[in-house]
Ligand binder design. Structure first.
Ligand code: KG4
Ligand code: ZN
Length: 583
């Protein structure tokens, strides 16, 4: 069990396209891990073969472990762009390495108060953009949410989402820049989410970023969506204090939320992050930028999805998001009324599962409120619409059941909502408590950590859409307190998808030189796809090749974690995010 910490470390110098590169990458790995056993391997054949490209197209210049073997995150090495000019340290964007003139002697980019980065987010159903300085001042932010568009479909409809992103992207970016009073040509770089997410949505943001970068000769910083969720807890870390409420923030937004709820200023490494969103449920030990050990993940539905589905099952108006609607209803209910099972109590690991809880809720709804006539949407029975606080419209239900029965049904709904939330959050609490212990065990065993501060967690971060939930925030606050750790909670509007988190992840990666020059105009030319299937492809319009990583793990799973992703699903998954600098 402890082999990850005590056994010989393995660093794989990979992604080598030639002997010279191979030797170079091996040297880099050896330099980074002088006391460790360094294994080298060639991946040329795989890298060149289009069929396996998706599996092997490593972020260029990064070293990674062999398939199935999770290297200790601390041994990851990165080839410096300045030493290896024809390979960028990016994400296989096919574009050019960061120009050597931008880098200092260590291969890093000097980033400070005068660095200004635009971040673009389009991975799911929010079009977000923000402008931030290198020291963490948010100069402007803008967002367009698609909640209303998808509400009636019971989930995000990719085609509709793409269309909405396409309609919103120019305006959202323009609004963020205007609020910041920054012209595009004065930006230092553009950061954009390249994965994970819906390809057709990611594409909208990446195309916009590429176009801006080409037009204004700006570097592009590819960003991992979940890394951005975690790193937003570090906005301003290392920089000077932010001054009050930023310019450009929507005036209707909750201003008190601008203050971090934390006893320490910002998250510093190493920290534990609980990331809870619509698509992900993860516990991560973060030791440096790009170094994430996955202590636990979702075996089935993520919590945000469970919130959304439960909200629909209860007939709530989900136009403003299922999570907030359910949270509002739960405030009125009794969390102990229904004894829903807390998931995975018998599994002593840090994974999550919400499918069983969802079924238990469905059975309770069917028993006490009647069976929905049409799939999930219980509201279809009555054609109910929600009022402002997320409770189904009483007038419609009163007609069907009469006032007394309607009130009784309202109370049942509230109790189910509160009891669901109770069990759901209890699950988060239990897994996080164990993950803190695991993380601490790992860090204390990392004997090469000479710095005493690095031998324990600095704090617990809770981020992602569900971290906007007050019960989640309060509960995790107690877990952290009990462990004697500060809790760092980004303001709610930076928990749900937004441009600030991408812009800030951009700052952190840009500083390490983890960016690329703008693609050449030639690279942006549409190409027709012709892999020998000419007949079929002839009718297909030429498309610009846009590098995306729709399925992309944040890190490798910890040795103690079980329940690997099913093998049938791994084929098209990009390798884990890497990107630690040489140290
Ligand atoms: O991070 P996010 O904006 O998008 C993804 O990356 O998935 O998270 C969206 C999820 C949705 O499922 C939404 O219902 C949930 O976060 N959410 C909440 C709350 N606000 C958003 N869940 C519970 N309570 C909330 N207040
Ligand atoms: Zn998200």
């Amino acid at each position: 069990m402890r082999a990850f910490a005590t056994g010989p470390r393995v660093a794989l110098a990979a992604d080598a396209r030639s002997d010279a590169h191979h030797r170079f990458a091996t040297d880099v790995a050896a330099a980074a891990a002088p006391r460790r056993h360094v294994v080298s391997a060639r991946r040329d054949a795989h890298a060149r073969s289009p069929g396996v490209r998706a599996r092997w197209a490593l972020p260029r210049g990064f070293a990674s472990g062999p398939p199935g073997v999770a290297p200790a995150p601390s041994v990851v090495a990165r080839a410096s762009a300045s030493d290896d000019p024809d390979r960028g340290p990016g994400f296989g964007f096919g574009s050019r390495a960061l120009d050597a003139s931008r880098l200092d002697a260590r291969g890093r980019v000097p980033v400070g108060a005068r660095t200004v980065i635009l971040g673009i987010e389009t991975s799911c159903d929010d079009t977000g953009a923000a402008v931030i300085t290198g020291d963490g001042r948010v100069l402007g932010e803008a967002i367009a949410s698609q909640g209303e568009i998808h509400a009636k479909w019971g989930g995000v409809v990719p085609n509709l989402a793409r269309e909405a992103h396409e309609n919103a992207i120019d305006d959202v970016v323009a609004r963020a820049l205007a609020a910041a009073d920054v012209r595009p040509e004065n930006l230092s770089a553009v950061a954009v989410t390249v994965g994970p997410g819906l390809s057709m949505c990611l594409r909208v943001g990446v195309v916009k970023a590429q176009n801006m970068c080409v037009e204004h000769s700006l570097p592009i910083v590819p960003v991992h969506h979940m890394e951005a969720h975690a790193l937003v807890a570090r906005v301003g870390e290392g920089g000077k204090k932010r001054e009050g409420v930023e310019k450009g923030v929507d005036e209707t937004s909750d201003e008190t939320s601008d203050v971090y709820e934390t006893s320490s200023a910002r998250a510093s490494f190493p920290f534990l992050a609980l990331l809870v969103s619509g698509g992900h449920n993860q516990l991560i030990l973060a030791t440096a930028i790009g170094e994430y050990r996955v202590l636990g993940g979702a075996l089935d539905d993520a919590l945000g999805e469970a919130y959304d589905k439960t909200a629909r099952l209860l007939g709530l108006d989900v136009g403003g998001g299922g999570g907030p609607a359910l949270e509002a209803l739960a405030k009125r209910g009794d969390p102990k009324k229904y004894k829903f099972p807390v998931p995975l109590r018998k599994r002593k690991d840090c994974d999550f599962s919400y499918a069983g809880l969802k079924t238990a809720v469905r059975l309770a709804v069917e028993r006490d409120l009647g069976k929905p006539s049409d799939g999930d949407a219980f509201s279809n029975v009555q054609g109910l619409e929600g009022d402002d606080d997320g409770v189904p419209n009483r007038n419609a239900e009163t007609e069907a059941f009469g006032p007394e029965e309607t009130a009784r049904r309202d109370a049942i709904r509230a109790d189910i909502a509160a009891s669901f939330q109770f069990a759901a959050v209890k699950h988060l609490e239990e897994r996080t408590r164990r993950a803190i212990a695991w993380a601490r065990e790992s860090l204390s065993l990392e004997t090469e950590n000479e710095d005493a501060e690095k031998r324990d967690l600095s704090c617990v971060v809770v981020a992602g859409g569900v971290a906007a939930n007050a019960t989640v925030r309060a509960t995790l606050g107690s877990v952290a307190e009990e462990a004697g750790l500060p809790l760092v909670l980004p303001p709610p509007r930076w928990c749900t998808d937004n441009g600030v988190m991408v812009a800030w992840a951009g700052v952190e990666r840009f500083r390490l030189g983890l960016a690329e020059e703008a693609p050449s105009a030639e690279q942006l030319e549409p190409k027709s796809v012709s892999d020998g299937k000419k007949d079929e492809d002839a009718s297909r319009p030429a498309r610009r090749e846009v590098p995306l990583l729709p399925r992309w793990p944040l890190g490798t799973r910890d040795a103690r974690a079980t329940g690997e992703v099913k093998s049938s699903k791994t084929a098209r998954i990009a390798p884990p995010l890497r990107g630690a600098p040489l140290r």
